[in-house]
Write a protein that binds this ligand. Sequence first.
Ligand code: 5RP
Length: 256
Amino acid sequence: MHNRLSRIIKPKSGRCVMLAVDHGYFGNVPGQLKCFGDLNPLFEHADALMLTRGMLRSCVSPDNDIPIVLRVSAGASMLKELSNEDINVTIEDAIRLNVSAITCSIFIGGEFEKNSLMNLSKLVNWGQEYGIPTLAVTAVGREMVRDDRYLGMASRMAAEMGATFVKTYYCENFENVTSICPVPVVIAGGKKVEERDALQMAKDAIEKGAVGVDMGRNIFQSDSPIGMIKAVRAIVHENASVDEAYNIYQNGPKGL
Ligand code: 5RP
């Protein structure tokens, strides 16, 4: 378990930059994800890749040894109730795919809250049996408020249930989220914003106790995805300032 987690959260810095490209699992296919193969040049800059089994199989070369955080939940599309998902991948297939962690979402306050919590429990039990870390994603329903009270509660519940690490959203007073969550916390990037704002968010999250990011759109939808992931890495792993990181982004190649 620890060895697999160390492939994702790097022992040298105690931090991680995960690249999230699992959006398509509920029918959301933004920007560069329409042509997934184009993202390959980004992979070497990420500490881990979060994606679905289908995309792993068809778009990532088996020669690539990047640690995989496999989304093993599905069953809902963005056209209907997002919280209505189940576990769709067996632990045997996750092991066969040699993943470093498995992940699903929990929808606290969502219509199918209980089912999503039982999904997480299933993954934690599998993970305990086979030594595979579980990442709990504190997904936010359309009508949920992304504040420290709600995200803190969801993150703490995930940890209480045995998640090895937690992915949540950044919010004001983020220290109130990390301070009550006893396992490592990474933040999602959320919708695409200006590059400087995304870098500021990463910086604030690290300063307030996150161990890293699991960022998607703010990297692959940037006009310089490689510049942006390098800039995020500088903040996460080297404690670079936002100005220093922004400079790295600006000097990155345009496009992929
Ligand atoms: C959806 C997810 C996505 O991986 C996550 O939201 C993607 O990251 P970003 O918001 O940075 O594009 O877990 O539940």
